[in-house]
Design a protein around this ligand. Structure first.
Ligand code: EPU
Length: 336
């Protein structure tokens, strides 16, 4: 058995039968032919920042994605296309783009995890989602052994969702991602926390470095310190409800914010519901709690068990349902 759960950002959960480090396409192909022959279950691991490994661990092979490389594959006077290996650390790539003043992902600074996870989860923060800049994704099809390129549309991105997350598509392994970024300054500072950061400091035209610095400050005030406690960021997605459902909820709970998504639907902040409707902010049980500065984030002491996280999560899901009739959906993936 080899360490698995303890190497995730939650630092919780059992081991895997084996863990293989994948640093090249030939290694990936070799490992997949091995699991195919043995009928061994597999799991592709990026940074382990969105996972809860169960206490029983994983009876199968974990492939730690380590394919690297950052290469400009197209450049003109106004834009660049950068191809990045799935195993690159996301925030190192963001820093690389900020240094060169390539605009597009500065608002996604400090998100833990790897580049390969960005399209799978369609990571997002402060008014930007990975899908806004992903041009294409290179994938390895573990069933056929083929490598192909998927266009932006083929990835069928949604809110924290994509083709890669859906049932039946788990054999498509992301090996690199091509991002289209712009050289023309495009500050995206409309998100409440970002807008007030600059207003308070009277900064009128923030540059790309200012935006990255602002995000670093905002995030460090809202998220737990990973060196001290375990977490996987937002534990659930924000619920998307119809306009009529929202009308029902806002009558019950005046002040409930709403953000328009597709026509006829709004996204409501679950943090607000957990805080103002359920009164669960800071609630603690068995060493696991709803973070006091952002209750959508579950944090666990290093000695907590996956069972404790699952137990608290169920309790929260029931509390939200009984107050709102909304069945909330997890963002964190359970493995094991
Ligand atoms: N709020 C409260 N009480 C709190 C905290 C927040 O009522 O203690 C309310 C406020 O109304 C606030 C709203 O909740 O305006 C939204 O909070 P926040 O801006 O912190 O964002 P979020 O919706 O809780 C999402 C993403 C985060 C991302 C932030 C910033 C999801 C599931 N989460 O959180 O992404 O960093 O926006 O853009 O969409 C992640 O996916 O793991 C993640 C951390």
């Amino acid at each position: 058995m080899e360490r698995f759960g303890q190497d995730t950002t939650f630092r919780i959960g059992g081991d895997a039968s084996r863990v293989a480090f994948i640093d090249s396409l030939p290694t990936l192909k070799h490992e997949f032919s091995r699991v195919k022959e043995n009928g061994e279950p597999f799991f592709v691991l990026g940074g382990g920042s969105n996972l809860l490994v169960l206490d029983s661990g994983f009876a199968g092979a974990v492939f730690k994605m380590g394919i690297r490389g950052t290469e400009i594959i197209h450049e003109d006077s106004s834009s660049v296309v950068v191809k990045v290996g799935a195993g690159e650390v996301w925030d190192e790539f963001v820093a690389w783009t900020v240094e060169r003043e390539f605009w597009g992902i500065e608002n996604l600074s400090c998100i833990p995890g790897t580049v390969g996870a960005a399209p799978v989860q369609n990571i997002g923060a402060y008014g930007v989602e990975a899908k806004d800049v992903i041009e294409s994704v290179e994938v390895f099809n573990a069933k056929t052994g083929e490598v192909s390129k998927m266009t932006h549309d083929e990835c069928s991105f949604g809110y924290r969702d994509s083709f890669f997350k859906r049932q039946g598509n788990k054999h498509f392994v992301v090996i690199s991602v091509a991002f289209k970024l712009t050289k023309i300054p495009q500050p995206n500072v409309g998100y409440k926390d970002v807008a007030s950061f600059f207003t308070e400091r009277e900064i009128k035209n923030p540059g790309i470095i200012d935006i990255r610095s602002a995000i670093v400050v905002i995030r460090s005030a809202k998220f737990p310190n990973l060196n001290k406690e375990g977490t996987a960021g937002s534990f659930w997605k924000n619920p998307v409800v119809s306009n009529s459902e929202y009308e029902r909820l806002v009558t019950l709970y005046p002040g409930l914010p709403a953000f328009p998504t597709s026509p006829g639907y709004v996204k409501v902040p679950l943090a607000w519901i957990l805080d103002n409707v359920c009164g669960l902010k800071g609630y603690t049980q068995d060493g696991v709690r709803l973070f006091e500065k952002q209750p959508l984030v579950l944090v666990a002491q290093f000695n907590a068990r996956a069972e404790d996280v699952v137990g608290l999560a169920k309790k929260v899901e029931l509390a939200v349902f009984s107050k709102t009739q909304i069945q909330i959906e997890r963002e964190v993936e359970y493995v094991g």
